[in-house]
Design a protein around this ligand. Sequence first.
Ligand code: WT7
Length: 699
Amino acid sequence: DGRRDKNFSMGGFTDVAALDSSAARKIPRLNAAVLGESPATEDDQLILPSDQFSSNANISSYHQYLEMYKRSIEDPAGFWSDIASSEFFWKQKWDQQVYSENLDVRKGEIKIEWFKGGITNICYNCLDRNIEAGLGEKIALYWEGNEPGFDGTLTYIELLHKVCQLANFLKDNGVRKGDAVVIYMPMLMELPIAMLACARIGAVHSVVFAGFSSESLAQRIIDCKPKIVITCNAVKRGSKAIHLKDIVDAALIDSAQNGVSVATCLCYENESALNRESTKWKEGRDIWWQDVVPTYPTTCTVEWVDAEFPLFLLYTSGSTGKPKGVLHTTGGYMVYTATTFKYAFDYKPSDVYWCTADCGWITGHSYVTYGPLLNGASVVVFEGAPNYPDPGRCWDIVDKYKVTIFYTAPTLVRSLMREGNEHVTRYSRKSLRVLGSVGEPINPSAWRWFFNVVGESRCPISDTWWQTETGGFMITPLPGAWPQKPGSATFPFFGVQPVLVDEKGNEIEGECSGYLCLKSSWPSAFRTLYNDQERYEVTYFKPFPGYYFTGDGCTRDKDGYYWLTGRVDDVINVSGHRIGTAEVESALVSHPQCAEAAVVGVEHEVKGQGIYAFVTLVDGVSYSEELRKSLILTVRKQIGAFAAPDKIHWAPGLPKTRSGKIMRRILRKIASKQLDELGDTSTLADPGVVNQLIELADC
Ligand code: WT7
């Protein structure tokens, strides 16, 4: 059987069995059946990498992983220092401790630092360092526009020149080290260019996904007070043009009214979507990118920064209304994103890599821009929608650029799966060798379709579990190193110690389910929530003292594989986008006719989870189709189209305890029509509301 791997030899295995640290001991010693050495009896779900794949892989066996993992846990400082010094450029090496160990709030403030005292620059490491190593003429970015036939490329040298021109423009317009810059752009090459230009001069970028509404954009501008906003006049999503500049204009009026005026708005003219004559303009504030940026010099000195200097802020949703400004710093983030990219995708210099995520999310930061470019990779940047002009577009792009590593989200896999195999099989896809998944648990049937149909059973799938807060992959397959189980993110990356805890915060071992926590610091951990260290500690470190709490539930099976089961807090995951129930609720209650709202997640065939909203109307108002639409519109306006509720359920009353707390558990059961699992409703102030809600379900 060609899928059995000689590298999984039990002989080598016993050597490493002398694992002494308690953490490393918890890493499973895979049994012969899992390693494919004896027939897999009960476990027909195991999928082994081919001999050929494993023997060429960066990490080619479980044994090799285990040795490295063991060292990463027992000697994190040595493990990460070796990688940091051999693979990156430091103007000056760190002179203090490599990292701060404390993740225990009971022992004092959480202050994570890595490579403290080290001086570097991540833009220099992405571009100049690779060019010096001979990659100047290599393609850094392949750009594919929304319309087939619109495309472009930049080599590493060309990219450096563009980044320097923009960096010079920013400096000339008053942006200094430590200043914030908000970027609100679609997936043009100018988006990673803008991120890198900020990093080059020590400015802190905050990319806002260009699907957010003007109100959400304003909220972020008010919070981080940028010197400048970089945008683009419009973008076409499919056949529809969206006027981004109008959204920015509205956000800038809104933020000025709240005391934050932005002096400069740099706007890229995206001619294929909208010409400049049709773009609204404010003289004195707005500047066309094409008119000024190319006039600047193509070299720009690097601002060397401390490893702990802020690199970016990225806002994400939590369980209360206000988005959290997740702060990432430079050195540890650089080392970790590059290293995870290299191993989890088994990156080789000949690869062409495509990640379908938008740079507006963390995936686009770590695995469109920084991780791949730090490795000197060729990266595809795609502006359009994956089903435009038809559901074969992704595979058309794969064939066009000979993509070898394709990284996407389960929601896209499920939506393409519904369109039928012929949209896939009419393309060759023979360049593909590694597939990736991120954003939510991938259900085994979608996994199998992705593996069998898209990858023709040849390409391992890296199902990478991580978060905006973690900066990089935490639990992920190393594709050549061990067998996969469809739907499991498998094992922890180097340096990561996942633990499962029970309700009381006690660590539970072996085969079990619990709350997923992390036990030790890792280089790309977020350092704080911007301007809110207290919320940082309360949300992540106080729920289970001694650990970082992820907000996810998780199961560990008998072979030690981790299976993420979804959020356990009030966060919904819609198409891999994180949305706080409280944010949607506060948008709904801002509607003049809505008195109260309670939002829960409900299973959705394509999106993973859908948004289900129970609304109580103000006295005297009656429910209507028109009102339903207007409630949904309010959410679109306040947050963005991606947060629009899938269902509005009219609720004359909500199930509350006598102390007034809404019992979401009951609402979740009603939303998912699991009426025989309502459980105990006797503690409700008015048990009658439950039947009332059930009757109104299809209203
Ligand atoms: C939440 C983080 C990390 C980039 C995209 C989302 C869920 C993410 C997986 C996965 C199961 C996953 C978790 C996590 N999640 N990847 N491979 N398997 N669940 O980033 O918006 O910060 O959301 O996404 O629930 O906590 P994010």
